[in-house]
Design a protein around this ligand. Structure first.
Ligand SMILES: Nc1ncnc2c1ncn2[C@@H]1O[C@H](COP(=O)(O)OP(=O)(O)OP(=O)(O)O)[C@@H](O)[C@H]1O
Ligand SMILES: [Mg+2]
Length: 264
């Protein structure tokens, strides 16, 4: 006969294992951090440049990354873009997991699901610094979604989010704030956040999301706020991919030759 508590402990252990596996996968997920010279990381540098060029007078400083449906790559784009931005700009970058129903960014940054975050900030009268965590990069701060509870469903409100953005700005004047959210067609949160940010980046899973769904999503969001669309799951033509690596290898060679010349 199994000892009392066996199943609970068994479940806890397999949950911990699953979380660990997901965290290890983070290394594969964060191309901009772990594989900065890869083709994918280069694409995020292009997206970063477009963000820095966005806006009439100055770049959009608060961004929402969203999509029409689940699993289109919002977290993939928001995390890699945040890392890429933090690597290039001198201003602080703050990445916020505002997908309260299905948060996953904490796994990439090795922060436990139980840590306080956005939901705590919304529920209690605490300082924003209490829920901001340091990351591998000096100017990248991360705010996890926070503890799950039924109250979360009512947790986000325009006033609380405005206070959040204002407090972060008071702390880091010219910072970039990036929100990772859930899908527009299923949750109201992303719509609410889209009203408060300077720009929205829409992630589209190529070959999966139907045109009508996409049109509906663009109409639901304020169209003028969409600063760009990221086409995810694109098949990259072989010539382009290999061309990039050949070009990169050549550049690295030239750099090495230049380096050895300098030393002498
Ligand atoms: N371009 C891609 N190529 C291959 N796999 C990808 C790509 N983009 C994302 N993925 C994978 O697809 C899965 C879903 O990605 P991600 O978590 O970023 O989607 P999401 O839109 O945030 O999902 P959710 O709606 O559940 O929050 C992940 O396992 C991720 O590794
Ligand atoms: Mg996600």
């Amino acid at each position: 006969m199994k000892a009392p508590g066996f199943w609970r402990r068994y479940k806890e252990r397999s949950f911990r294992k699953r979380e660990k596996r997901k965290a290890e996968n983070g290394k594969k997920f964060l191309f901009s951090l772990y594989r900065p010279s890869s083709f994918v990381a280069e694409q995020f540098k292009i997206i970063r440049t477009m963000v820095l060029r966005s806006g009439k007078d100055r770049a959009c400083r608060t961004l929402l990354i969203t999509s029409a449906l689940p699993e289109e790559g919002k977290t993939f784009v928001s995390s890699n873009l945040a890392v890429s931005m933090a690597q290039s700009v001198s201003d602080q970058v703050v990445l916020i997991d505002s997908d309260l129903r299905n948060p996953s960014l904490h796994l990439l940054f090795g922060i436990g699901r139980e840590r306080e975050g956005l939901t705590t900030f919304c529920a209690k009268d605490i300082k924003v610094t209490d829920v901001l965590y340091r990351t591998h990069l000096q100017n990248l701060l991360f705010m996890p979604a926070g503890l799950p509870s039924d109250k979360n469903m009512e947790g986000l409100s325009t006033e609380k989010l405005q206070r959040l953005i204002r407090d972060i700005r008071q702390l880091h004047k010219d910072c970039f704030v990036i929100f990772d959210t859930g899908p527009v067609q299923l949750l109201a949160d992303s719509l609410m956040i889209s009203d408060l940010v300077d720009g929205v980046i829409l992630v589209v899973r190529i070959g999966d999301t139907k045109r009508e769904v996409l049109d509906k999503t663009i109409n639901t969001l304020q169209e003028r706020k969409i600063i760009g669309v990221v086409l995810n799951y694109c098949k990259v033509p072989k010539e382009l991919y290999h061309g990039y690596h050949r070009y990169y290898a050549k550049a690295a060679q030239v750099e090495r030759i230049a380096g050895s010349f300098e030393k002498e």
